[in-house]
Design a binder for this molecule. Structure first.
Ligand SMILES: Cc1ncc(COP(=O)(O)O)c(C=O)c1O
Length: 398
């Protein structure tokens, strides 16, 4: 092994060959906590957004059957037609707007769908409005595309929702995309119909594209949710969905995008250099998820709801302000009582009490003072973790 200083020089040289765009991209603050959490034996992990349920058996069986039937080759860039047809039907019935199978592209999770959508819309220097706090991958993608990022605040005073005056203030002539995320990660906030109408009118007046991340569209705790395209129309709206959260299929990597014909064609074309196509057996699994029994979704949602209610009850009883989510499976809690910046609090909590949470600042500067607690954790560990957070905020000795 080379001495440390030589190894350091070699690393610097290698980094110098990496593009400035990628080198300068910030690392995910959630990953940073997770890397530390994996070093703490027995840590209670409330920092990740991954369902703690196994993929339902009938979905796994469908992938197995497809693979055994020889459906193991490349398939169309846009996805297998049966799945695209089923997705179009799902969007019509559950998201409330009409698309044909040819306006749907199957993607490698929501994340690749988002990247393909943004790649299709943004040239370097084009402006994009992103939520702060927001899912960190939005910023990373915009940075990769060398877009100009304008962060719009989603703050308690506005029920954690985007407001048109804020969007107006941040929008300029070079702004092309408004990214919405409802239900939101990390806030669990849902844009209601009235606010969506206001936002859609603003986007239309300014000629913006709406890119609507609706990856949590099936994890809902009240009636507020409305799809952006159902209000704004499909003409200038691209919507992104995933099987990851709804059907506990994070590792299968199946998502999908809907967009108007001239854009969906470009997104399908983009699949070729990005991924060529989504894993074929996983697409048959997704088809079985969509067309099979939906009680599995209802059961998972009932579990998240129970955990949400219990977590919010415990936090409220302890006087810890928290936003009860309208959707997704996160609770956004105010950790200012710790007297520490939220990143320091997250690391102290892990070190002293063995609980990993995502610091609010992992989601942007607007997250300072807050932390995201994932409900996608087995209840006994979740409630024990909440009690330890409460004790830490109350300054009880560890
Ligand atoms: C807001 C949001 N969008 C999209 C995704 C993408 O998930 P996947 O790529 O697994 O479909 C996630 C995953 O955490 C998310 O939180």
């Amino acid at each position: 092994m080379p001495p440390a200083n030589v190894a350091g020089d070699m690393l610097d040289q290698q980094l110098a060959t990496v593009t400035a765009t990628i080198r300068d991209m910030a690392r995910s603050g959630i990953r940073e906590v997770m890397d530390a959490a994996w070093q703490v034996p027995g840590a209670i992990i409330l920092a990740v957004g991954e369902p703690n349920f196994p993929t339902p058996a009938h979905i796994i069986d469908a992938a197995d059957a497809a693979a055994r039937a020889g459906k193991t080759g490349y398939v169309s860039n846009a996805g297998i037609f049966e799945l695209r047809e089923a997705l179009a039907a799902k969007v019509c019935s559950r998201n409330g707007y009409d698309v044909g199978a040819d306006e749907v592209v199957v993607t490698s999770g929501g994340v690749e769908g988002l990247f393909a959508a943004l790649s299709a819309l943004l040239d370097p220097g084009d402006g994009i409005l992103l939520p702060d706090p927001g899912w960190p991958n939005f910023v990373m993608m915009a940075q990769m595309l060398r877009a100009r990022i304008r962060a719009y605040p989603v703050v308690p005073a506005n029920d954690f929702l985007p407001t048109v005056p804020d969007l107006e203030r941040l929008c300029d002539d070079g702004t092309k995309v408004l990214l919405l995320n409802s239900p939101s990660n990390p806030l669990g906030a849902v844009i209601d119909r009235e606010r969506m109408h206001e936002i859609a009118a603003f986007a239309a007046a300014r000629g913006l594209w709406i890119v609507s991340d609706e990856c949590y569209d099936a994890t809902l705790f009240d009636e507020r949710f409305v799809s952006a395209a159902a209000v704004a129309g499909l003409e200038r709206t691209i919507s992104i969905y995933t099987f990851s959260k709804t059907y506990a299929m994070t590792g299968w990597r199946v998502g999908y995008v809907t967009a108007p014909p001239r854009v969906i064609e470009q997104i399908a074309k983009l699949q070729e250099p990005l991924i060529s196509c989504v894993n074929a057996p996983a697409q048959y699994a997704a088809l079985a998820a969509l067309t099979g029994p939906q009680d599995v979704v209802a059961q998972m949602n009932a579990a998240y709801r129970e955990r949400r209610d219990e977590v919010c009850r415990r936090l409220a009883a302890a006087g810890v302000p928290a936003l009860p989510p309208s959707g997704a499976f996160y609770v956004w809690a105010d950790v200012r009582a710790s007297g520490m910046p939220s990143r320091d609090f997250a690391f102290a909590l892990l070190r002293e009490r063995g609980v990993a949470i995502a610091p609010g600042t992992a989601f942007g500067p607007g997250g300072e003072g807050f932390a995201r607690i994932s409900l996608a954790t087995e209840p006994a560990a979740l409630y024990e973790g909440i009690d330890r957070i409460i004790a830490a905020l109350a300054g009880a000795p560890p």
